[in-house]
Design a protein around this ligand. Structure first.
Ligand code: 3PY
Ligand code: MG
Length: 254
C-alpha cells in the first residue's frame, strides 16, 4: 500500500485540508487533484458513491498525489470492506457513539493482529501482484487513517471511551448531525451545539488524537485551527456556490 501522506503529516503535528465530494466521478477528482488538497473524501454516506465508483476515484486521486479517503455509509464490516478494498487510504465512519462502536470500526478496517478485516488479492493489496500478504497487511494497518464522526449527544457523553480506542486517528465533529441530535437541526451556532463542541475540544485536547471538523468557509477553517483542529474539511458545494454566484453577479453588472 502506498504511504499515506495525510496521516504522516498529522503525525508530524501538521494541519491537513480536504474536500468532501459526493459525486461519483473520477474525472472530477482528477481535476480537483490540481488544486493542492492534502486529501479528498468520497462520500458514500450522503453521496451516491458505490465501490466501483470509489475504485476509479481512488485511482484518480493517486494519479495526482492526493490522499483518497472514503466516508462509508455505515459502521458495518462488510460495507467497510468493499469500500476499503478499492485502495482508499483511510475512512470516515459516521455515527460512532461509544467505545464499542469505535472498536468495531477499527476491527473492520485493520487486519490481524489488530482487527479482522477480510483479506483477498484486491486493489488495495495491488491485486496480490507486488508483495506478500504479510507485508501488505502490516503496511495497511500502519497507513490506513481512521476518522470517527462524533455527531450525537451520546457520542459526546461517551467520548472518553472513544478516544481510548487504539487505532482511531481523528475525532471528527459532524456539526450538522450534532445539531440535529441536539434538537436544533442545522443551527450549528446554537449555544447547545457550541457547548457540545466545546466538550469535544476539551476531551480531544491531550488525548494524542487529531481533531477534525467540517467547516463552511476559510474563516471557519482558521477559527477551528485556533481551537486545535488539524484535520479540516469543507464540502465541494460550499466552495462552488459562492464562486459561481459571485461570477454571475459580477458578469451581469455591466
Ligand atoms: C455532519 O455535519 O453531520 C457531517 O457528517 C459532516 O461531514
Ligand atoms: Mg454527519
Amino acid at each position: 500500500m502506498p504511504s499515506n501522506v495525510t496521516k504522516a503529516r498529522l503525525k508530524a503535528g501538521e494541519t491537513v485540508f480536504g474536500c468532501f465530494v459526493r459525486y461519483p466521478d473520477a474525472t472530477l477528482i482528477e481535476v480537483l487533484g490540481y488544486q493542492g488538497w492534502d486529501f479528498l473524501v468520497f462520500d458514500g454516506e450522503h453521496g451516491v458513491i458505490e465501490p466501483r465508483d470509489c475504485e476509479h476515484m481512488v485511482r484518480a486521486a493517486e494519479l495526482r498525489d492526493v490522499t483518497p479517503i472514503v466516508r462509508v455509509p455505515t459502521n458495518q464490516p462488510s460495507v467497510i470492506l468493499r469500500l476499503m478494498d478499492t485502495g482508499a487510504h483511510g475512512l470516515h465512519v459516521p455515527w460512532v457513539n461509544s467505545g464499542a462502536e469505535a472498536e468495531a470500526a477499527v476491527r473492520a478496517v485493520k487486519y490481524q493482529p489488530r482487527g479482522m478485516r477480510g483479506l483477498a488479492a484486491i486493489r488495495a493489496a495491488d491485486f496480490g501482484q507486488r508483495a506478500p500478504f504479510s507485508q501488505y497487511t502490516a503496511e495497511a494497518n500502519a497507513e490506513t487513517l481512521v476518522v470517527v464522526h462524533i455527531e450525537t449527544r451520546e457520542a459526546v457523553d461517551r467520548l472518553g471511551e472513544i478516544v481510548a480506542v487504539d487505532g482511531v486517528d481523528v475525532i471528527f465533529i459532524g456539526p450538522t448531525d450534532l445539531s440535529h441530535s441536539l434538537g436544533v437541526p442545522g443551527q450549528v451556532q446554537h449555544p447547545l451545539v457550541q457547548a457540545a463542541m466545546a466538550e469535544i475540544v476539551a476531551t480531544v485536547e491531550g488525548s494524542g488524537l487529531a481533531l477534525g471538523i467540517m467547516v463552511g468557509s476559510a474563516q471557519a477553517a482558521q477559527e477551528w485551527q485556533r481551537r486545535g483542529a488539524r484535520y479540516i474539511t469543507i464540502g465541494f458545494e460550499a466552495l462552488l456556490a459562492p464562486a459561481m454566484r459571485g461570477y454571475l453577479a459580477a458578469a451581469r453588472e455591466t
